[in-house]
Write a protein that binds this ligand. Structure first.
Ligand code: SF4
Length: 396
């Protein structure tokens, strides 16, 4: 992998990592890299231990590449869950064993009172060490709002200034004892802005500059296409964004040697962060009949009994009496007429059940996301001889 980066640097006629003097440079799973230890907020994101608190969609800056649909109805969310009270934030953070939370939007400063309340509530419910970072364009601050955020316990603030005229707010943020950095997309053809920002951060002793791989979303697709950007075949990342990041890396060595430069890929956000967060949640929310998978999903066996003469309760008794399945391992939904068992148990008994019940039931192995909304990702009909081999360890 390191070779890939070195090859790219050479193809772009740029010096090698060693020549650039990045002694602590690290490659990251997912194709990203960092020139020094990652900001704490990013470390937690990568571990899946950072909750994402979406305060609201509004932001008046109108960046053409914005990945958010800013005209959406105002709904606040913590991860995938809609917030109806401040305690929803806490219970969701507990569900993922969170070490921290990030506040994002839109621009959370537009919703300043909600933002402040959320920070205080989280700090009151977790230890002082619980890490909170916030993304902002830096264009909506009024009066002493920076001081209020600092007083509330915000640990890290990340600016996304639309242009250099807003750099002064980043400097003002340096008056407080938190980590100050910036986060912008790596835009092919616009590397000079990132270099200017890196250089400014160096001057004010800012901590980091995160470069996000530019990516297509529903909200920015037309604007990106209008500017001639295209995506890779196998993901939504813009071709050329990772090269732009390498050019910034090379110039950054000259103008901002003390600022951490970190390139976060689209794959990292879509797969690694989410997968790790789902893994943590799956472990905590799994019912006795659900098994967390390596991908952070929940796997279980399902029997659909809507054509059966037996009631749900009779089915539970039948499974306990005939297959020795402990009651606590059996789940059911009376409304949908479904019985749930651990995946390996249903795979093991599926052939016998099929013999006995024939047309009155259907059985399947199901995987779903470990979130409140029911999103099924996979359904395999049972009985299945291949699955039996895999689950019952009869593989050759
Ligand atoms: S500042 Fe951020 S949230 Fe606002 S429009 Fe730009 S990218 Fe979107």
């Amino acid at each position: 992998m390191r070779n890939d980066i070195e090859k790219k640097l050479s193809l772009l006629n740029l010096p090698s990592i060693d020549e650039l003097g990045y002694n602590n440079y690290q490659l990251l799973e997912g194709g990203g890299w960092t020139t020094n230890e990652l900001p704490l907020g990013c470390q937690q994101c990568r571990r899946g231990s950072k909750g994402v608190l979406f305060i609201g969609p509004a932001c008046g800056v109108n960046c053409y590449y914005c990945t958010i649909d800013r005209k959406e109805v105002h709904v606040s969310k913590i991860n995938e869950r809609t917030i109806t009270s401040l305690d929803d934030i806490i219970s969701e953070l507990i569900a993922i064993d969170a070490e921290g939370v990030s506040l994002t939007g839109g621009d959370p400063i537009i919703y300043f009172e909600d933002t402040l309340k959320a920070i205080k509530h989280v700090k009151n419910n977790f230890s002082e060490k619980f890490h909170i970072h916030l993304y902002t364009s830096g264009t909506f601050f009024k009066n002493n709002q920076l001081a209020k955020l600092a007083d509330a316990g915000l640990d890290e603030i990340r600016f996304h200034p639309p242009d250099a005229s807003w750099f002064s707010t980043i400097k003002e943020a340096k008056d407080f004892s938190w980590s100050v950095g910036a986060e912008i997309p790596a835009i092919p053809g616009n590397e000079s802005f990132a270099i200017e920002l890196a250089s400014f951060l160096q001057k004010i002793e800012g901590d980091f500059l995160n470069l996000n791989e530019l990516e297509f979303t529903n909200s920015n697709a037309n604007a990106l296409l209008d500017r001639g950007f295209i995506s890779h075949e196998d993901n939504e990342a813009v071709i050329g964004s990772s090269d732009a990041a390498l050019k910034i890396l090379a110039d950054g060595a000259k103008v901002a040697p003390d600022v951490i430069l970190h390139f976060c890929t689209s794959v990292t956000k879509d797969r690694i962060q989410l997968r790790e967060r789902y893994k943590r949640r799956a472990k905590n929310v799994a019912s006795p009949y659900e098994t967390p998978t390596e991908e952070g999903l929940l796997s279980f066996g399902q029997i659909d009994i809507d054509q059966s003469d037996l009631s749900t309760e009779e089915w539970v008794d039948y499974l306990m009496d005939n297959f020795d399945i402990p009651q606590e391992m059996i789940g059911f939904d009376r409304k949908s007429k479904q019985i749930f068992l651990p995946d390996y148990m249903l795979v093991a008994i599926a052939s016998d059940l099929d013999e006995e019940m024939r047309e009155s039931i259907s059985m399947s192995l199901v995987e779903k996301y470990p979130i409140d909304e029911q999103i099924i990702t996979r359904v395999d009909p049972l009985p299945d001889k291949e699955l039996e081999k895999i689950f019952l360890g009869e593989e050759e």
